[in-house]
Each structure stands twice: as C-alpha cells, then as structure tokens.
Design a protein. Structure first.
Length: 497
C-alpha cells in the first residue's frame, strides 16, 4: 500500500481537510430521510493508498422500491412547482457547489483518484451545469401547430406543451462522480421530474454531498432519492421498476445494453463509451496540438469517455510529432492525486490496471512498439504511447479507459477519416487543419455525435448537446437537451365554433 507523501504544504492541508471525510458512516437518502442501515455496509476506498474514506449502506430491494415509491408520490408536487421556483432551487444549488468547491474536489480526488486540478475543474463544471439547468427551467416551451394545413383541421386551434415524464432513474459512473450526476439530476429538477439516483459504488460520497446541497437549496423531500449499491442488484431493481418513467444512464456499453433490455417501456438516455480519435494535418500548429493530446490522452488517467486513444498524424509531421509528444508524456507527473501538480493518478482499481497492462502486452505480442510507459506498479499504470499498431488490436478497437495512446501515421486525409469511422463507437472526434474544405469534409463524413475542429475531441462545455451514435449511446445530455428527453409532448386541440 502506498503511503501519503507530505512533500507539499498543499498536500498537507488537503490531508488535514480530508480527515473531515475520513472513515465517516454515510447515509442514503430515501423518502425524505437519511438512512444509515441497509443490506450491508460498503467501504469507500481511496484507490491511491487503499485508505478507507468512509462506509455507506447498500440498499435492499425494499429500500429501492421505497425510494421509487417516494419519487412517484412526490411527482405531482414537483410537476406543479412553478418554473421560477425550480430555477431558484437550481441556481441556489449552483451557488452552494461553488462555495463548497474545494470540499467537492477533495472528495472526488480521494474516492475516484482523479488528479486535484481535474477534480477542481469538475466541481467548477458542476456549478455551471446547475446554472444552465436553472436557466433552462424557465424556457421549457411548446409550439403552435398549423391545424388548418389539413382539411379536417380547419376550425381548430392546436398547440403542444412539454410536460415532465415522471420518475427519472439517474445512474452514473465513477469517472465524473459529481458532474455526470449533475447532468441527470439538475435537468430532471428543471423539467419538474422526480429522481432516484444511483451513483457508482466506488464513488458514492460525492453524490451524498450533492444531495446535501440539493436539500439545502430547497428540493422537496421525496422528490430526490439516493440509493447506493451494486448495479447487479440495486441497479437492476431500479431500472426494472415500472413506476420509473425514464432511465438516464452513463457508463459502459455492455451495462447500457443490459439496462435497455431490462427497461421495458421506458424512455432511455444512454451515454456510453468511445475510442476517441484525432486527425492531425501537416499544417497544424504542434505547439497547440501536443498539449491538447497530453491532456486529452492522460487526464483522469485516461478514464474519460472522450479520452484521446487514437492519434492519426500525417506522415510529413509524424516523426516530429512523435518526438515532442513522447517527451511531453515523459514529463507528466504520476502520483498522488491530491498533490497540486500531479497529472496522472491511479486507475479506479488494480483489476483495471491489470486489464490495461494485459491489453498493452497483447498488442506488443501482435507487433506494437512501446515508445514510453508500458509499466504497471500495483494500481498505477505509467502513461503509455504505442506505435506500429493495427486496427484489429484491442488497444485500437475497444475503449481502453486507461493512460494509453496509439500513434498512427497516414498519407491521405480522407483515408484518415475512414479510419476514424472504423469503430463501433461514435461519441466525439477531432481534426486539426487550416483547410476549411477538409474541416467541412470531416464534419460531413465523421459518424460521431460531436466533431471538434482545431480543438480537442475531449472538449466539452456543459450546455452543448453531448452524446453519441453507434455503441456510444442514445439521446443527448446538456441541460437543454436532457430536459427534452425528460419531458414529453402533450398536444392540445381546441375546436372553435
Ligand atoms: P459501468 O461499469 O457501466 O457503471 C456505470 C454505472 O452503472 C454504475 O453506477 C454501476 O454500478 C451501474 N451499473 C452496473 N451494472 C448495472 C446494472 N445491471 N443495472 C443498472 N446499473 C448498473 O461504468 P463505469 O466503469 O463506472 O464507467 C466507465 C464507462 O462509462 C466507460 O465506458 C465510459 O466511456 C463511460 N462513460 C461515458 C460517458 C458519456 O457521457 N458518454 C461519460 C463518462 C463515462 P456499480 O458501480 O455498482 O457497478
């Protein structure tokens, strides 16, 4: 087990503050009450040093049913709450997250292993997500329908309104424990829905703190519920409950597919994985692109759904790119996520580090070359660059979800776009070029949910529509778009005499 290092004042201060969240017994929130008892207690572990941060109860089936029942009962109250009140609550929650941003960042870093600067960035983004949802709460509108465009419609007035769907099951992954839950809970409140949230079992404390904020901000008890526990039990009970109207899920494609199969007649949003690609043309400014690839490839130890995994570099600049990129990777600081200058922390679990190691070793056996990294030390995996890779290798085809990037030279731009599209995923992809025609061809040809031009494919601001095609998912997040998915159209027809 690794020991904490006290080399920096910053780290020592964070350590002191961490004691606030150490080894506490935390609770779920069900039907207006904090509940400390469940089927068993689960220890929440700091992946970097193995320290127990606290315990949380795992929900029983009865508790999951009670949480859904409470959300179902509270729906009438939420649906009739005026938009200005929903907006006020969300704006207040945004403000409270800002006031507690360091506490949120510490909790995220401690339970997910995310490096401090990225954890702080996540807390700041969550503040924005709540604010965007607050603004959108005031702008949920319908449209008039030109009824007399049909002969039988003459003499009628028609319009539709958007109404909340009911209970939203919000299931989130470990890698953005605050902001991705915010992307479900905030639009649900904005829409007038009620919520049962299930965070990843590895990272429930951040979710608990978000619930504290929401209750302090004025969300009615019962309207939001938080159940904790494994997907295979708690998750299954939640998604199969017929009182749930909508499932908003972020996680891996296999789990997403299993949820859709179990869901029955429910609306679903699926935010799933990717093996993100970027194409770099010879006219790209490498002093711009290389830092983008370093952050995009290795932030959060590569555990981001849009982590850069495949870098296609034009052959004319391949050698220069490779040399400068590998040098940059060597300079990344790997270590304690709570140290301010750490770039790369641990993976979420040692089993994940072993999986990443085995995929890299398999690629090497198949002919790939390790340019830097390729070494595991327990739960830590060194930032790794591979070349001489082929499209059939796992490190290229699957989502590696670790600090591993593949370099691939190309000669022809359109061929590079085809290689980007040669994937079962389609979340985001990026192109660096100064040629407007190539940029627009990329926009037209790339089969993904989002194309970035002269910007990282890892780029996301929280108001934009975000989501994928193919195995990367169904539906879009971003408060405006999530609200559309959490509301339904109700048509009104009036016959005028
Ligand atoms: P995961 O294993 O799929 O888990 C995600 C969530 O689903 C967790 O809360 C998990 O609970 C729960 N779950 C597992 N099995 C379930 C079931 N049968 N029914 C209901 N819920 C179930 O994903 P992860 O490892 O936490 O996150 C990594 C994945 O998320 C990657 O594929 C990444 O690309 C994807 N991701 C996508 C986006 C996006 O916006 N597109 C963003 C971030 C991450 P447990 O924790 O108990 O297993």
């Amino acid at each position: 087990m690794r020991q904490w290092r006290y080399s920096r004042m910053h780290c020592a201060r964070l350590w002191d503050e961490l004691e606030e969240i150490m080894a506490q017994a935390y609770s779920m929130y069900i039907d207006g009450e904090w509940v400390s008892e469940g089927a068993r207690q689960i220890e929440v572990i700091n992946p970097y040093n193995g320290q127990v941060l606290g315990t949380v109860p795992e929900a029983t089936e009865e508790q999951v049913r009670k949480a859904v029942g409470a959300a179902y009962e509270a729906f009438g109250e939420m649906a009739s709450m005026p938009a200005y009140r929903r907006a006020e609550i969300l704006a207040r929650a945004s403000q409270m997250i800002a006031e507690r941003e360091e506490e949120f960042a510490r909790t995220i870093a401690a339970e997910s292993g995310k490096a401090w600067r990225y954890a702080l960035g996540e807390a700041r983004r969550a503040k924005q997500t709540f604010l965007f949802a607050a603004e959108q709460a005031k702008d949920i509108t319908g449209e008039t329908v030109p009824m007399d465009a049909a002969v039988r419609g003459v003499g009628h007035i028609g319009f539709y309104i958007r109404v909340p769907v009911g209970v939203v099951a919000a299931i989130s992954p470990f890698n953005f424990p605050l902001n991705l839950l915010a992307h479900k809970v905030a639009p649900a409140i904005a829409a007038g829905c009620t919520v049962v949230a299930k965070p990843a079992t590895a990272t429930p404390i951040t979710a608990i703190k978000m619930f504290e904020v929401l209750l302090d901000a004025g969300v009615p008890p019962g309207a939001i519920n938080l159940v904790i526990g494994r997907g295979s039990t708690v998750g299954n009970w939640l998604v199969s409950d017929e009182r749930v109207a909508k499932i908003s899920f972020t996680g891996s494609p296999d789990v997403g597919r299993a949820i859709v199969a179990r869901a029955g007649l429910k609306k679903v949003t699926m935010e799933l994985g990717n093996n993100t690609a970027i194409v770099i043309e010879p006219d790209a400014d490498l002093s711009d692109v290389i830092p983008v690839c370093l952050v995009g490839g290795y932030a959060n130890t590569g555990q981001v759904c849009i982590s850069i995994q495949r870098i296609y570099v034009h052959r004319d600049i391949y050698d220069e790119f490779k040399e400068r990129f590998v040098e940059g990777v060597r300079n990344l600081k790997v270590g304690d996520p709570l140290e301010e200058d750490t770039d790369v922390g641990p993976l979420i679990a040692e089993t994940e580090a072993i999986r990443v190691e085995s995929w890299v070793n398999e690629a090497v056996k198949q002919g790939a070359r390790v340019l830097v990294g390729g070494v595991r030390d327990g739960i830590m995996y060194q930032p790794t660059v591979l070349e001489n890779v082929t499209p059939d290798m796992k490190v290229m085809r699957q989502e590696i979800f670790g600090p591993v990037v593949c370099l691939i030279p190309y000669d022809d731009f359109d061929r590079a776009l085809d290689m980007v599209n040669d994937s079962k995923y389609g979340l985001q992809a990026g192109v660096y070029t100064q040629d407007i025609n190539k940029a627009m061809r990329a926009v037209q040809k790339l089969n993904v949910g989002g194309v970035t031009i002269n910007e990282s494919p890892t780029f996301r601001v929280d108001q934009m529509p975000y989501g994928g095609v193919k195995e990367s998912g169904l539906g879009r997040e971003g408060p405006k778009f999530a609200i559309e998915e959490m509301t339904t159209v109700k048509m009104v027809v009036i016959k005028v005499k």
